[in-house]
Design a protein around this ligand. Structure first.
Ligand code: RTP
Length: 145
C-alpha cells in the first residue's frame, strides 16, 4: 500500500513501476480513503505503541493506493524492495532508502508474510470482485515455471 505521503509526493507511478519492473503481476489496485476502523484493525498489533494513534490518524489523512501483487516469492521480494521500516536504515536502491527519511512517513507498507497478506487483502479489498484473476502472457523464456 502506498501511504498518504507517497501519494502526496507524486510517487504512485514510481512505486508501481518498480513492482512491474521486478516482474510482479498486479491483481488489484485502487485509491482509497481509509476509514479509521480499517486503520486500527490493520495496525492492531501495534495498538500498545505510543505512536499508534498518530499512525492511524496519518493513514486516514489522505488517499492511499491499495495493491495486490503476485509473483514468485512476492512477499519476501517486496519486503526487500521496500527496505527497512526506518528509512535512515534502508539501503539505497530500496523504495524507502531512495524516497523517504522519516519512520512515520516511510511512503509504503508491505505485508510481512503470506498470512498477513491474506488478512490484509480481506481487510482492504471489498471481495473477489475487486481482484482480477488473469494470467499475463509470460512465456517460458521469461519465467521458469
Ligand atoms: P509497515 O507495516 O508500514 O510496512 O511497516 P513495517 O512492517 O516495516 O513496520 P511496523 O513495525 O509494522 O510499523 C508499522 C508502521 O508504523 C510506523 N512506525 N512508527 N515512531 C516509530 O517509532 C514508529 N515505528 C513504526 C511506521 O510508519 C511503520 O511503517
Amino acid at each position: 500500500m502506498i501511504k498518504p505521503d507517497g501519494v502526496q509526493r507524486g510517487y504512485m507511478g514510481e512505486i508501481i513501476s518498480r513492482f512491474e519492473k521486478k516482474g510482479m503481476v498486479c491483481k488489484g489496485l485502487k485509491t482509497f480513503m481509509t476509514p479509521r476502523e480499517v486503520a486500527e484493525e490493520h495496525y492492531k498489533d501495534l495498538s500498545s505503541k505510543p505512536f499508534f494513534g498518530d499512525l492511524c490518524d496519518y493513514i486516514c489523512s489522505g488517499p492511499v493506493v491499495c495493491m495486490v501483487w503476485e509473483g514468485p516469492g512476492v512477499v519476501k521480494s517486496a519486503r526487500l524492495m521496500i527496505g527497512a521500516t526506518n528509512p535512515l536504515e534502508s539501503a539505497p536502491g530500496t523504495i524507502r532508502g531512495d524516497l523517504a527519511v522519516e519512520v512515520g512517513r516511510n511512503v509504503i507498507h508491505g505485508s510481512d508474510s503470506v498470512e498477513s497478506a491474506e488478512r490484509e487483502i480481506a481487510l482492504w479489498f471489498g471481495g473477489d470482485d475487486e481482484l482480477l484473476d488473469y494470467e499475463m502472457c509470460i512465456k517460458p523464456w521469461v519465467r521458469e515455471e
